[in-house]
Design a protein around this ligand. Structure first.
Ligand SMILES: *Cc1c(COP(=O)(O)O)cnc(C)c1O
Length: 517
């Protein structure tokens, strides 16, 4: 970890500039007289010349695809032209120089774009950093399934075609008490499918207080429009009453319009406080039954465990999927990778006839899950058969439920280890040091928006570097980027979101960075 910036350098020949054998020059010898712009442009070698150098031939021999090398050479030559135009290249661009510039360009072309990072931000479900870290069993299940063929849509007992829905449906029913369930690509897709299949071509009644934007491009009114349902808003921004829904249903029906759905959305990271009220799911469910209209609830971050009880009251009560279903919702939707702590997925649980309609809708095919996600989801859900086990083994739950004392201990261990690295690196320990500081963490992902999780972080101070410079170094100079935060002009590494594996990675990277700084 951290010692070697790129594996490629091991297989690629070292490219040396001066005096190396076979090096030729395509231009006149450098002279002390400054070159004119025209001379600079003329000094740029052509693609064939570069491709024929022994250094580039060695790259090809090392197994780098010809198309990649060719593309890399063209980029380097384009950069040279741009550099001359911008005035940043003032010497002739010899073949030697060009050959030196190629290696880093090709290395970056071959490096994967999707990278692991260390999340030291203290935001547990960080949407930009991939949301939930999968439990170990989920990781193993994915590897098992992708290594070969699987029974993705094959019923092994019957020897005939099966359904990909079968892999998680009974488990979801067992865990939530639902009659039926299905999983799709993400919760946005689950909501879209739900609206399209149950109320496409008819109306959906929703409170004005819930017409929220969750983030990115997910806005309830836009999703309604995309699904083909007609959105009928009731109530006001701050208050909606049961009679608002009833009146809306009655007047729609008086106009000869069909009412497909009563829809309730969790407002996620937005809250109306003060003089406000929303209709409970329970009342809405009663109205739905009375009026023969289906009731759907978008829970956002679905949770199976009682977070308030599990955290000893540190976390607020977040309605569980089981509670929503027991309250009488016909269908509930939630994410797989928020508080549930599994892979990106959208889960729909509800009445058998409702889920059957969803499965038959054409959108179901468009938003279906792939086998990797199904494997990870099934394994994650399996942990919830024993809620104690889920709280221990689902990283998202473990990080959320970690006590402040445990977090402090982790921060102290991290600080000690970093302190040792500073000493080993021979840096001045007066000017380069760490300290453990109080620093609130957050659930993130639009979940538990107002809840600050009392936490601890390590503040890292490096001689001659501002907090912004330390942050930049950790983020951009390590093989595995270390993402921390700046607070009160200090660079902080939150202990809550750094697992033991990630701590080892972080320390390895830091050792490497300090050795070179
Ligand atoms: C996060 C969220 C969504 C979107 O879920 P994704 O899994 O990100 O697609 C929809 N509704 C609510 C209330 C949410 O919080």
């Amino acid at each position: 970890m951290g010692s070697n910036p790129n594996e490629l350098s091991e297989t690629m020949p070292a490219i040396v500039s001066e005096g190396s054998e076979g090096m030729r020059s395509n231009t006149t010898q450098p002279s002390s007289k400054p070159a004119t712009t025209q001379e600079l442009y003329r000094s740029i070698p052509n693609v064939d010349e570069v491709m024929n150098t022994p250094e580039v031939e060695e790259l090809l021999l090392a197994g780098v695809a010809r198309a990649v090398v060719l593309d890399g050479v063209r980029r380097v030559l384009d950069n040279a032209r741009a550099g001359i135009a911008a005035g940043s290249i003032v010497d002739r661009y010899h073949l030697e120089r060009c050959v030196i510039d190629i290696l880093p360009v090709i290395e970056s072309m071959l490096a994967p774009h999707l990278l692991p990072v260390v999340n030291a931000t203290g935001i547990v479900v960080h949407t930009n950093l991939g949301r939930s870290v999968l439990p170990a069993v989920a990781r193993e299940a994915v590897v098992d399934i992708i290594e070969g063929y699987s029974n993705l849509e094959y019923d092994v007992d019957a020897g005939m075609r099966g359904s990909r829905h079968d892999h998680v449906e009974s488990l979801l029913c067992e865990l939530t008490g639902a009659e039926a369930a299905m999983a799709v690509n993400n919760n946005a897709a689950a909501v879209l499918l739900c609206l399209a299949a149950l109320a496409g071509g008819s109306s959906t009644v929703v409170s004005r207080g819930q017409l929220v934007e969750i983030g990115g491009s997910f806005r309830i009114p836009d999703v309604m429009a995309a699904s083909g349902t007609t959105m009928v808003e009731v109530g006001t921004t701050n208050k909606t009453h049961l009679k608002d829904y009833r009146t809306a249903i009655e007047s729609l029906r008086a106009d000869g319009r069909e009412v497909g759905l009563l829809f309730k959305a969790h407002t996620s990271n937005y809250k109306v406080t003060g003089f406000s009220s929303e209709v409970d799911l329970e009342e809405l469910a009663v109205l739905g039954r009375e009026q023969d209209v289906l009731v759907a609830e978008d829970l956002g971050s679905g949770v199976f465990v009682d977070l308030a009880a599990r955290s000893g009251g540190t976390l607020p009560h977040e309605p569980t999927v089981q509670e929503s279903l027991a309250t009488g919702a016909d269908v509930v939707t939630f994410s797989g990778d928020k508080l549930l702590g599994g892979p990106q997925a959208g889960i729909l649980c509800g009445k058998a006839e409702v889920i059957a309609r969803l499965k038959k809708h054409p959108l179901a095919r468009a938003v279906r899950l792939d086998k990797m996600t199904l494997a990870a989801l099934e394994a994650t859900l399996g942990l919830y058969r024993d809620l104690d086990q889920a709280c221990r083994e689902v990283p998202t739950l473990r990080m959320l439920l970690m006590s402040a004392e445990e977090c402090k201990l982790l921060a102290e261990e991290l600080a000690t280890a970093i302190g040792q690295i500073i000493e080993r690196s021979g840096l001045d320990t007066e000017a380069n040091y760490v300290s453990v500081v109080k620093d609130d963490a957050y659930a993130g992902g639009g979940s538990l928006p107002d809840v600050a999780l009392a936490s601890f972080a390590v503040a890292l101070v490096l001689e001659g570097k501002s907090a912004a410079e330390v942050e930049h170094m950790m983020r951009t100079k390590a093989d595995i980027p270390i993402i921390g935060r700046i607070k009160d002009d200090r660079f902080l590494l939150s202990a809550r979101t750094v697992s033991l594996e990630d701590r080892a990675t972080l320390l390895g990277e830091l050792e490497y960075l300090l050795a070179r700084s």
